[in-house]
Design a protein around this ligand. Structure first.
Ligand SMILES: NC(=O)C1=CN([C@@H]2O[C@H](COP(=O)(O)OP(=O)(O)OC[C@H]3O[C@@H](n4cnc5c(N)ncnc54)[C@H](OP(=O)(O)O)[C@@H]3O)[C@@H](O)[C@H]2O)C=CC1
Ligand SMILES: CC(=O)[C@@H](O)[C@H](O)COP(=O)(O)O
Ligand SMILES: [Mn+2]
Length: 385
């Protein structure tokens, strides 16, 4: 039986992972689950899935969690140490990383060094430390199985095909809720408007990233590392229906895509059962009902985050970590009404232009750049709002 740890079990991907496991015609044992603050949901999941470990990131909530799990055999752990411990447990075969943000870097690296395969939803880990994560994965013979819908689609299309056969990848983007907005309308959008994604029901941070197109920018960098391709071979096309999850154009001009209804349970299940496919009760795609699949260019003049991500990716070194950290701060400021929507790219642009890049960085240098960018972003945020 496959044994797994789920980092971030209380989030959008985490809860859907548990739902897939519950409905799967294959026994998967959930050994450990983790949350940041959501104690009640964590306790409910821990009891239902009879886990061995429940981890709470926020150290202030440990005693609360302990008291709610009194009388069970579940071990309570906390903080980054707890996350790292459950990512490296002897009995675990696969670690699902569905936390949000660069906080996922250390547990992912620890899991890889312990020889665990990774089901990776947490794109910020690859954006921040892709060079080290992919190097260590190769060295330790572990699989990085992408959960992110576009990368999962490409992974399925490639199915072991050599990267030298690829002409280019084409990542699809929904365009987000402001695909048709003008520059002046973008200045006035609210948090509520930005959280209203047209096709996907996701956590707050990624939903804002989709609205700014930073999500697609992060995904371009994620694809660079996962599929070992230069940035000039990774394109983005806006596809408002989110039915075509991404495409690969091969050298011979065959272009192959993976299609489906927008439902993350499909890529999650593929990762859980990989390399096998299992029956499920999800809905079939009915193209006659969908009727129209449309495609258009991304408006990088209005959504400059996508351009900044390409630039940061091409510069390399510590720059993508800085882009990511600045974005994490900008999004959290926007969500707490301290920044306007159109100030998100402004803040990121100022932070990346103030950064002194370290090329071929060590993990410590990457994490230092991440820390620097967070504090710089706070300063810039205070100046511009
Ligand atoms: N949702 C989706 O459909 C998709 C998501 N992704 C990626 O997957 C990742 C997760 O996204 P999503 O599930 O939407 O996010 P959510 O915000 O819904 O969930 C995040 C999870 O991580 C936990 N968490 C949050 N902050 C921390 C922290 N500082 N330390 C440890 N744990 C933390 C949360 O705990 P708590 O509940 O206590 O806050 C929660 O369990 C992101 O990287 C996202 O980009 C990729 C493709 C699709
Ligand atoms: C479901 C998923 O993979 C998200 O990353 C999704 O792609 C977000 O939608 P956008 O295409 O709007 O960024
Ligand atoms: Mn995606």
């Amino acid at each position: 039986m496959k044994q797994i740890s789920i980092l971030g079990s209380t989030g959008s991907i985490g809860t859907q992972t548990l739902e897939v496991i519950e409905n799967l015609d294959e026994e998967i044992s959930v050994v450990a689950i983790t949350a940041n603050n959501s104690i009640d949901l964590l306790v409910q999941q821990a009891k239902k899935f009879k886990v061995d470990y429940a981890v709470i990131m926020n150290e202030e909530k440990v005693s609360q969690l302990e008291s709610k799990l009194t009388g069970t055999t579940i071990t309570v752990l906390s903080g980054l140490e707890g996350l790292t411990k459950v990512a490296t447990l002897e009995q675990v075969d696969l670690v699902i990383n569905s936390v949000v943000g660069a906080i996922g870097v250390r547990p992912t690296l620890a899991a890889i060094k312990a020889g665990k395969d990774i089901g990776l939803a947490n794109k910020e880990t690859l954006v921040t430390a892709g060079s080290i994560v992919t190097r260590e994965a190769k060295k330790n013979g572990v699989k990085l199985l992408p959960i992110d819908s576009e990368h999962n689609a490409i992974f399925q299309v490639l199915n072991g095909e050599k990267s030298t056969s690829i002409k280019r990848l084409i990542l699809t983007a929904s365009g987000g809720p402001f695909r048709e907005a003008t520059a002046s309308e973008l200045k006035e959008v609210t948090v509520e408007d930005a959280l209203d994604h047209p096709n996907w029901d996701m956590g707050g941070k990624i939903t804002i990233d989709s609205a700014t197109l930073m999500n697609k920018g992060l995904e371009v960098i994620e694809a660079h590392w996962l599929f070992d391709l230069s940035f000039d071979k990774i394109d983005v096309v806006v596809h408002p229906q989110s039915i075509v999850h991404s495409l690969v154009e091969f050298k011979d001009h065959s272009t192959i895509a993976e299609l489906g209804l927008p439902d993350m349970k499909v890529p999650i299940q593929y990762v859980l059962t990989y390399p096998n496919r299992k029956e499920n009760n999800l809905e079939s795609l009915n193209l006659a009902e969908v009727r129209k699949l449309t495609f258009e260019e991304a408006k990088t003049d209005l959504f400059s985050c996508l351009e900044y991500a390409y630039q940061a990716g091409k510069v390399g070194g510590t720059m993508p970590a800085v882009l990511n950290a600045a974005n994490e701060i900008a999004v959290s400021k926007f969500l707490s009404h301290q920044l306007k929507f159109n100030q998100i790219p402004e803040l990121i642009s100022k932070v990346i232009s103030n950064h002194q890049v370290v090329y071929k960085p060590t993990l410590d240098q990457i994490l230092q750049a991440d820390t620097w960018a967070r504090s710089e972003a706070q300063k810039v945020g205070d100046q511009i709002c």
